[in-house]
Design a protein around this ligand. Sequence first.
Ligand SMILES: Cc1cc2nc3c(=O)[nH]c(=O)nc-3n(C[C@H](O)[C@H](O)[C@H](O)COP(=O)(O)OP(=O)(O)OC[C@H]3O[C@@H](n4cnc5c(N)ncnc54)[C@H](O)[C@@H]3O)c2cc1C
Length: 434
Amino acid sequence: MFRVSDFEDFFSRRCVWVNGPVIVGAGPSGLAVGACLKEQGVPFVVLERADCIASLWQKRTYDRLKLHLPKQFCQLPKVPFPEDFPEYPTKKQFIEYLESYAKRFEINPRFNECVQSAKYDETLGLWRVKTVSASSGARSEFEYICRWLVVATGENAEAMMPEIEGLSEFRGNVIHACHYKSGEDYRGKRVLVVGCGNSGMELSLDLCNHEAFPSMVVRSSVHVLPREVLGKSTFELAVLMMKWLPLWLVDKLLLILAWLVLGNIEKYGLKRPPVGPLQLKNSAGKTPVLDIGALSKIKSGDINIVTGIKRFNRDSVELVDGEKLDVDSVVLATGYRSNVPSWLQESEFFSKNGLPKTPFPNGWKGKAGLYAVGFTRRGLSGASSDAVKIAQDIGKVWKEETKQKKHTTACHRRYRSVQMGSLTEIGQSCIIIM
Ligand SMILES: Cc1cc2nc3c(=O)[nH]c(=O)nc-3n(C[C@H](O)[C@H](O)[C@H](O)COP(=O)(O)OP(=O)(O)OC[C@H]3O[C@@H](n4cnc5c(N)ncnc54)[C@H](O)[C@@H]3O)c2cc1C
């Protein structure tokens, strides 16, 4: 039933009919889909909550960050990285690459538009995507109506903040890793880094390089692999081996190589999980750490490994093994999560954790024109492969319908009726994006 509040809501928002898909998120995944759709000749709109593309990379990463994987595994569809870029491009180079990618494919996102909700309207047979825009202080609301919805908000949309007893009483500075820029601000300080994934390890290394004193919390277990073996990327080796060998065997070989290059890391407090690194990545999405120097600082004692946290006090932290450490600052390298459940009103395709329920390689397409890109825990190469499939899928329907349109004026009756009927009825509030 249509309630008065729905009626008011409908008329207070500016309504935008998009003749093509709406892509939510202008990170690498959203840009990749945009580029592939351009090639198919399909128009689209990209909605981005930040004021720039790739906001994760531009605003929520540390200065020393480089791509963790060699560049050939991180390029987006159709455009390789420039040849003069190093094998592991810096964050600045990666952003440059993405900026020129967006320019090349003329992708112009609508910035400062945060999607608040998206719902499939069974009656219209269309998606209704509501946004709030807050650019230059003025708040405006839009409702986009479209046939296809591409979710590209990423696996890392929100920082995960752990609940730790006493943390609110701690008097020192506490930040999430997404706000950490450089160890410069921590010179001479005792810093507790909570988390031992790639971010925790790299931040600890950065802190050491800036003469701070990091202690890194390793609560459970972690796989550390050398980034390279005999000058060859470990990731590339794993990809090669997986072409011929079963996963369990590749895992065994990787662990032997890791042992030969890094030695026994367990004696430094870095316990290995019982499951191999690739199997763990597949089953729990936990990425192995690719070491770029933190391990030698752990071996030398410059990075102090500590066990799990029991509670914080005003100036210190108590650990589960009974040790008490005085600390000045805390950096929470505790990861990120998807924000899809907070805005997408759908429960068939996406699970409660904000990732598609169907595992790779089938997690890119839902029902009623819903798509997901970049949610397969396979980094940028996974996002690229999703993007190509999504654009082909939409492009096929688009081409068939536009071909038909040339031959018969009667086609698109339903969509036109939405365009010409209910939407134009709201007069000046209606914008049509073709
Ligand atoms: C520190 C770090 C290093 C990494 N290094 C690598 C690497 O070397 N290689 C690799 O393959 N992967 C790497 N990754 C994985 C990373 O997920 C990808 O690099 C990439 O950024 C994912 O792109 P995405 O577009 O899917 O998500 P994101 O880059 O997170 O982009 C999603 C976009 O959606 C926007 N958004 C979110 N919610 C909304 C909303 N409600 N409305 C509108 N817009 C919204 C966000 O502002 C953001 O701009 C790294 C991740 C991190 C955190």
